[in-house]
Write a protein that binds this ligand. Structure first.
Ligand SMILES: *[C@@H]1O[C@H](CO)[C@@H](O)[C@H](O)[C@H]1NC(C)=O
Ligand SMILES: *[C@@H]1O[C@H](CO)[C@@H](O)[C@H](O)[C@H]1NC(C)=O
Ligand SMILES: *[C@@H]1O[C@H](CO)[C@@H](O)[C@H](O)[C@H]1NC(C)=O
Ligand SMILES: *[C@@H]1O[C@H](CO)[C@@H](O)[C@H](O)[C@H]1NC(C)=O
Ligand SMILES: *[C@@H]1O[C@H](CO)[C@@H](O)[C@H](O)[C@H]1NC(C)=O
Ligand SMILES: *[C@@H]1O[C@H](CO)[C@@H](O)[C@H](O)[C@H]1NC(C)=O
Length: 395
């Protein structure tokens, strides 16, 4: 009897989720994620097993969305979804992961997983984008990494993609190998604006790619990898997050700058975060061995600010990248920096001796000290950061 009552109640709650028309505030979002209540009207539900859901795969839900500017929300129920996701539409999209702990990425209950590196089934190498768990980009061309100092030349008439992509409490896991074995993207994000809140990104090499004209903001998220695992051409701001070292290789950051007709601040900014060994088993084997980053080209820009660094970090901080005898680090062009970092990973003598790490003072960091100062639109204009969920971020 009680059981029947609970089932009926749950079914009613479920229906309430479909008809409620409240705006997606911080509180209603959390209620939607934890109980299915107060979801925005028209929220599409995905579950591999729950018959009441609209779709069994996340990509089917994404494909069902109109190709217009409307705001759309997809609630993904707890579970593991083995699929690659590809978002091309321009209109705002929010992906919500069901969770019982909406402010803790370590307890996420939704995982999107895929196992691929940059090789096809015959072992031929293919562009890194094909390894991705989640791709956000308007076209295939816009998402290609390419090679050489400038990467793939995206055609001039390529439109901008998603204007406001948001994901909450979702893990994106590329399980290709348990060590670096070629690029294995958890995320590929180009020509789009997007925020990831309490999300997890896991692979070993080239885990998070923020490509050309990509503006990606990460909040209280977990980014775990081994080699060059934060890389790209665009702009990434990683706020109050855990950058976890699953081994060492290359550097944590490997950015490639682009010449533009306007001054740009493309780069990766890791702020108020923690960079440390992924766990206590791996910690002894990587002591003093992991580089903060290396220049994918001379215009690399990355800054670790107000961030904890554990004893895994190399004495020099960053390292140079020498290819065919040519060093990529260029004095006054390459910016591989730290600002007010702390913890055993910071060795002041080591930084000076290494000769490639810039330790910034207050004035040096000032031009990069807030998301609105670094995120730019396609024409180089700074300051439009309305696509960041400021209510959740609390600033
Ligand atoms: C979406 O909005 C942009 C302007 O922001 C407009 O140029 C475009 O035509 C709109 N797209 C659709 C499909 O309505
Ligand atoms: C993503 O979807 C678009 C549109 O269908 C397609 O053109 C593109 O090739 C897809 N990207 C990848 C990497 O498969
Ligand atoms: C950018 O311009 C500088 C100066 O002209 C040049 O040395 C560098 O190779 C260019 N970089 C790219 C990625 O095109
Ligand atoms: C610790 O991290 C390493 C690297 O990711 C992994 O191989 C290992 O399984 C982890 N150990 C534990 C106990 O979680
Ligand atoms: C670095 O570049 C700036 C402006 O381009 C210039 O004013 C400054 O003298 C340069 N510093 C060094 C050490 O070359
Ligand atoms: C700091 O770096 C220097 C090399 O520049 C090294 O000699 C020294 O042992 C390092 N200190 C620690 C505590 O690792």
């Amino acid at each position: 009897m009680l059981r029947l009552y609970i089932c009926t109640l749950l079914a009613l709650l479920w229906q309430a989720a479909s008809v409620h028309s409240a705006a997606l505030t911080h509180v209603s979002r959390q209620q939607c994620q934890t109980s299915g209540m107060h979801c925005p009207a028209g929220t599409i539900k995905v579950s591999a097993s729950d018959k009441r859901a609209d779709f069994t795969t996340v990509q089917a839900a994404i494909d069902s969305l109109p190709n217009d500017n409307s705001t759309q929300t997809i609630l993904i129920l707890a579970g593991t979804y083995k699929e690659q996701l590809n978002v091309t539409r321009a209109g705002p999209i929010t992906l919500l992961g069901q969770t019982h702990a909406s402010t803790d990425a370590a307890q996420n209950q939704v995982t999107i997983t895929w196992a691929a590196a940059n090789k096809d089934s015959t072992g031929q190498s293919v562009d890194n984008v094909f390894s991705s768990v989640l791709i956000v980009s308007p076209t295939l061309d816009a998402s290609l990494t390419g090679s050489g100092t400038t990467g793939y030349a995206v055609p001039d008439d390529t439109p901008f993609g998603n204007k406001d992509f948001r994901a909450y409490n979702i893990d994106f896991t590329n399980t290709w190998a348990e060590y670096s074995d070629g690029p294995a993207h958890a995320l590929s994000f180009s020509r789009a604006n997007g925020g990831f809140y309490y999300c997890g990104f896991y692979s070993y090499q080239d885990t998070v790619y923020v490509g050309k004209l990509g503006n990606a903001y990460f909040y209280k998220s977990i980014l775990a990898g081994q080699t060059d695992f934060l890389y790209g051409f665009g702009t990434a701001w990683i706020q109050s997050s855990d950058v976890l070292l699953r081994g060492c290789g290359g550097g944590v950051t490997a950015w490639k700058g682009t010449n533009t007709t306007f001054p740009n601040k493309y780069g990766v900014y890791i702020v108020d975060s923690s960079v440390r060994a992924a766990n206590s088993s791996v910690a002894p084997s990587i002591k003093g061995a992991c580089a903060l980053g290396r220049p994918w080209n001379s215009q690399h820009r990355s800054i670790f600010a107000r961030t904890f660094e554990d004893g895994s970090i190399e004495a020099s901080g960053y390292i140079d990248w020498v290819v065919s005898g040519v060093a990529r680090y260029e004095n006054n062009v390459t910016l591989m920096a730290e600002y007010q970092v702390y913890g055993p990973g910071f060795n002041a003598t080591g930084r000076v001796d290494g000769g490639v790490t810039t330790v910034l003072g207050k004035n040096g960091f000032e031009p990069y000290s807030e998301p609105r100062k670094v995120f730019q639109n396609a024409d180089g204009v700074f300051g439009d950061v309305r696509w960041i969920d400021w209510e959740t971020v609390g600033k």
